[in-house]
Design a protein around this ligand. Structure first.
Ligand code: ADP
Ligand code: MG
Length: 276
C-alpha cells in the first residue's frame, strides 16, 4: 500500500491553470477482491474534454473501475488489479508516480454528498489543498473559493454565508459543494459515482448542467443508472455487464447517440431500453 506523501508539489495551486483537461486510458484492467475476479480486461479511452458515462446493472464493477482510475482501489484490503491506467500517456500506477499526484489530478464525487459537515463552506472548498499537499496563500484561497463555487453553480446561493457549516446546506447544495471541493486542486479528471442518485430532480438538473459546463476544463467520467441522464450529459457511453458468475466487462462502448439509437449488441439494446 502506498502512503500519502506531500513532496514534489507545485509552489501554489494557482501555478496550475484551470482548463487543462486530461485523457485517461484504461488498458486491460482486471480487478479482484481476494480470489474473486470482479473486472475482466476492461479497456476504455476517456478523451480530454468529453463526458464518459458508465452504465450497467448493479454489481457489474462500475464503482470498482472508477476507484481504479484514481488509485482508491489499492487502499481496500485484499483488493488487487492488473492492467494499466494512463493519464496523458503516463501510468498513474508507475512506482515513481506519487499517490498524491494521482489524487490531485483525478478528483472524485460520490453518490452521497460528503462535505465535512461541521467545517465551514469556505474551508470545505479548500480542504483538498492540504490533503494533496498544495500550498495556497489567503488571497489565492479567496479567489479559488469564489471561482470553484461559481463553477459548481453554488456561489450566488452561499456567498454571504461562507462561514456557515457545510452540513447546513441542502443535499443538492452539499453535492455542489463537493464538486467545488474537487475543483479546488485543479484536477484534469473528475470521476462521479452516481452523483445525483440521492438528489431531487431539480438538484439533479443543476448538477447535469454543471457537468456540461465543466467538461471544457475537466474530463468527466460519470456512473449513472439514469438512461435519460446518460443521454443528456455524456459524449460517449460504456455498457458494463457481469453475466452470471463472470466478472464485469464492457459489452459495448461508443458515442452516446449511437449507443442509444443503434446499439450493436442485443444486451445493450435490452439494457438501454429498460428490459433488465
Ligand atoms: P457497481 O458499482 O457496478 O454496482 P461494484 O464495483 O460496486 O459494482 O461491485 C462489483 C463487484 O465487486 C460486486 O460483486 C461487489 O459485491 C464486489 N465488491 C465491491 N466492493 C467490494 C469490497 N470492498 N470487497 C469485496 N467485494 C466487493
Ligand atoms: Mg456502484
Amino acid at each position: 500500500m502506498t502512503s500519502l506523501d506531500t513532496t514534489a508539489v507545485p509552489p501554489t495551486v494557482l501555478a496550475r491553470p484551470a482548463g487543462t483537461a486530461g485523457t485517461l486510458d484504461a488498458r486491460a484492467v482486471s480487478a479482484w477482491f481476494g480470489d474473486r475476479k470482479v473486472l475482466e480486461q476492461v479497456s476504455l479511452l476517456m478523451p480530454a474534454g468529453q463526458v464518459t458515462a458508465l452504465i450497467g446493472p448493479s454489481g457489474c464493477g462500475k464503482s470498482t473501475f472508477l476507484r481504479i482510475l484514481n488509485r482508491m482501489h489499492e487502499l481496500i484490503p485484499g483488493a488487487t488489479l492488473a492492467g494499466e491506467v494512463l493519464l496523458d500517456g503516463a501510468d498513474i500506477y508507475a512506482p515513481e508516480r506519487r499517490l498524491t499526484a494521482a489524487r490531485r489530478d483525478i478528483g472524485m464525487v460520490f453518490q452521497k454528498p460528503n462535505p465535512f459537515p461541521a467545517m465551514s463552506i469556505y474551508d470545505n472548498v479548500v480542504a483538498g489543498l492540504k490533503l494533496t499537499g498544495v500550498r495556497a496563500s489567503r488571497p489565492e484561497k479567496d479567489q479559488l473559493v469564489e471561482e470553484c463555487l461559481t463553477k459548481a453553480g453554488l456561489w450566488r446561493e452561499v456567498q454571504d454565508r461562507l462561514r456557515q457549516p457545510g452540513g447546513a446546506l441542502s443535499g443538492g447544495q452539499q453535492q455542489r459543494l463537493c464538486i467545488a471541493r474537487s475543483l479546488a486542486v485543479r484536477p484534469k479528471i473528475l470521476l462521479m459515482d452516481e452523483p445525483c442518485s440521492a438528489l431531487d430532480p431539480t438538484s439533479t438538473r443543476r448538477i447535469e448542467q454543471t457537468v456540461r459546463e465543466l467538461v471544457h476544463e475537466v474530463t468527466i467520467v460519470i456512473v449513472t443508472h439514469n438512461m435519460q441522464q446518460a443521454q443528456r450529459v455524456s459524449d460517449q457511453c460504456a455498457f458494463f455487464l457481469a453475466e452470471q458468475g463472470t466478472p464485469g466487462a464492457i459489452v459495448e462502448h461508443g458515442p452516446t447517440e449511437a449507443m442509444f439509437s443503434t446499439p450493436v449488441d442485443q444486451r445493450t439494446s435490452d439494457y438501454v431500453n429498460g428490459r433488465f
